[in-house]
Design a protein around this ligand. Structure first.
Ligand code: SF4
Length: 460
């Protein structure tokens, strides 16, 4: 069970909510919003199933395997507590959930905050404590205090053949730029040292609202990725430092070129998460991917010329219907050339309702496995060489965790360089750190060793 945020004081009769949050960072942000809203309504949070008056399960319904995981989590919550409300992406398939778990109290879909809160009010009416409404409480965060996800839009205007997100979450709906910046400012003031900008398509931010501009600190700022990035880079922590700002889910539209100089200037973390998914023009066309016409290899070169330290992360699907051995080799050659820093690979898996399921020339499972093994071999070799080249350098590292002293009194710590986003990339393991080091500290580390995924070093 996701540990619920600690409730400072539980008033007598205050109803308690349990929360199980599955899925991607976007779903985590939804969970935070629901919990923030429920706390404002006077609810407390349970640390375990037994202490909860009702359990919320925020589901993921993207892949069939995620649906199975969601159904299993709902089953566990029913077995442990019995009073369960389901929300999130899989909530769009209420019938499928009720067919397996008829006991669920209510099912609501992704982003239906009002409906989730209403369902909680119906099945666990809030206590009418006289003071509850008067206690100002900060927003709830499920991520550690030193990094925060900043969601800038919902939905997506594309129709990639393997994806059902637009059907689940609707068309692109961007938040106002001043609302995004205000939230970021609040997070940084409250201790966030690293902002992770997320959406389904970050480079499309503001397209739906015609890049509507708003006043922000005496300036006109557009709802546009470049303006947003520049403003985020000017925020300051209470200690006067610039937070790290990472852009996720960026498609290589031409205007992405404009954010690279901001990285070179130090306003943005030199990191781009671009889900290329494939390199073969034929497969990209079959996938109906946005912005695939761009001459990506040339642009990667020019980005590296402007900002040599830029780290590029991407993900790729192997075994997409119609992918031939020739297409796959094209992808491997492209990867050798592109020299990406971080790569995630996935075997194509049909998702119920996705257009790709009807495509001819489905790739046999054994071939997918074989291609997956080959792409992993290539990307691990590239990653190992890129990390080995960092040995001897001194890099800024953000600390995520500080360990306990071992038998010799040495304390280890785990952190990340600017090339590593939390939860998806590698780590930097530090030896022999002072006990005063704390999560969220940004320190200079001399890199002493590397393997295929992680770095090892000591404070400089
Ligand atoms: S860009 Fe494609 S993969 Fe990404 S959310 Fe939109 S439709 Fe899905």
């Amino acid at each position: 069970m996701t540990s619920a945020p600690t409730a400072p004081t539980v008033l007598p009769d205050q109803k308690k909510i349990g929360m199980v949050s599955l899925g991607c960072p976007k779903a985590l942000v939804d969970s935070e919003r629901i919990l923030t809203r429920l706390r404002a309504d006077g609810y407390a949070f349970a640390e375990d199933y037994a202490g909860a008056d009702v359990v919320l399960v925020n589901t993921c319904g993207f892949l069939d395997s995620a649906k199975e995981e969601s159904l299993a989590a709902i089953g566990e919550a029913i077995a442990e507590n019995g009073r369960v409300i389901v929300t999130g992406c899989m909530g769009e398939e209420a019938d499928a959930i009720r067919a397996v778990h008829p006991q669920v109290l209510a099912v609501t879909g992704a982003h239906q905050y009002e409906q989730v809160v209403e369902a909680v009010h119906t099945h666990a009416p809030p206590s009418q404590g006289p003071f509850v409404d008067l206690i100002p409480q900060p927003d709830i965060k499920l991520t550690p205090r030193h990094y925060s996800y900043l969601k800038i839009s919902e939905g997506c205007n594309h129709s990639c053949a393997f994806c059902i997100i637009p059907a689940l979450r609707g068309k692109l709906a961007s938040r106002r730029i001043d609302a995004v910046l205000r939230e970021a400012e609040k997070l940084v003031a409250a201790g966030t040292k690293e902002l992770l900008v997320i959406s389904q398509d970050t480079s499309a931010y503001g397209v739906d609202i015609r890049h509507d501009s708003r006043q922000w600190k005496g300036r006109e700022v557009r709802a546009h990725m470049t303006d947003m990035a520049r403003e985020l880079g000017q925020l300051r922590t209470p200690e006067g430092h610039a937070p790290w700002v990472r852009l996720h889910y960026v498609y290589p539209y031409p205007h992405v070129d404009q954010v690279i100089p901001l990285m070179a200037e130090g306003l943005l973390t030199p990191y781009l998460d671009i889900p290329f998914q494939h390199a073969s023009p034929k497969v990209l066309k079959l996938m109906r991917r946005p912005a695939n016409e761009a001459k990506v290899l040339e642009r990667l070169k020019s980005w590296r010329a402007i900002c040599p330290d830029i780290a590029i992360r991407s993900s790729f699907v192997v075994g997409f219907p119609g992918e031939t051995e020739e297409d796959f080799r094209y992808l491997l050659d492209w990867l050798e050339e592109a020299q990406l820093d971080r790569v995630g690979a996935f075997r194509f898996e049909p998702v119920e309702g996705a257009a790709a399921n009807a495509l001819p020339d489905q790739v046999p499972e054994a071939v997918k496995e074989e291609r997956y093994a080959r792409i992993m071999e290539v990307t691990e070799r590239i990653s190992a060489a890129k990390l080995a080249a960092k040995v001897g350098r001194t890099l800024p590292v953000i600390i995520d965790e500080v360990g306990e002293p071992d038998e010799d009194g040495d304390i280890g710590a785990t952190g990340r360089s600017q090339a590593d986003a939390p939860e998806i990339d590698g780590a930097v393991y530090l030896r022999n750190v002072p006990a005063s080091l704390a999560p969220g500290d940004i320190v200079n580390v001399t890199i002493e060793d590397a393997d295929a995924h992680d770095l090892f070093g000591a404070l400089a």
